[in-house]
Design a protein around this ligand. Sequence first.
Ligand code: MG
Length: 276
Amino acid sequence: MKSLYFKTLRFGVLSLLVAGSTSLLIAQNGVKKWTAEETEFWKPEPPVVTPGNAATDSAPSDAVVLFDGKDLDQWVVAGTQKPAEWTVQDGVMKVNKKGGNIETKRRFKDYQLHLEFRIPADIEGSSQGRGNSGVFLASTGGGDAGYELQVLDNYNNKTYVNGMVGSIYKQAIPLANAARKPGEWQSYDVIWTAPRFNDDGSLKSPAYATVFFNGVLVENHFQLRGETVYIGKPRYRKYEDAPIKLQAHGDKSEPISFRNIWARDLKPAAVVPEAR
Ligand code: MG
């Protein structure tokens, strides 16, 4: 009896210690204070898939061409009307890390997007600090506000799997790691279904993303839980239509490049009348 008593006592003390350490993370107002690491998962790792031959898909006739290699006329500094200050050379735009994120002047709701990016062949760094950029499928404000499809070099570079290339940042682990070697051009093809909101700002229907990375399906009609955030839980904030944004990430690695960016507005499919 005595030993059971002490065991119970010890368990109680341990429980108190655990509860005590957890309570350190609870702010005084009772709201949990998250750390970035709490939303970073390193397993399970998606299988490595070697993509087929690289192909450049030039824009179809009804596409909105967002970058054709000539200039940044379609782009502004995110959250402003100022001209984008990334560099354009040899038909390619390169991230200017000091120039900040850039976004399209045009706004989109549901769309199909194609873009190509290249990690420099001499890239250095590890985990999130190696060719980090991103495509915000809807930019809902300055900085990193919105819904980020991650761009990163994960060719032999590990990071948390919900933050690797092909992930919807901190929400969706890609179905495969189809990364090409640094120095090679890679492609994203995305189908974005924007979230819908009620007049009071509450969510009517969530956002969905389907993503092909180098022709390999990595996100299959993934239902988003809200905007992608570095710390804490995703949440939705009402918007109608939004620019598409590219990230100038602050990591120390060499800046990446983009080319051949176009989008097509998507309308609901016409419905065939029911046969009688
Ligand atoms: Mg990023």
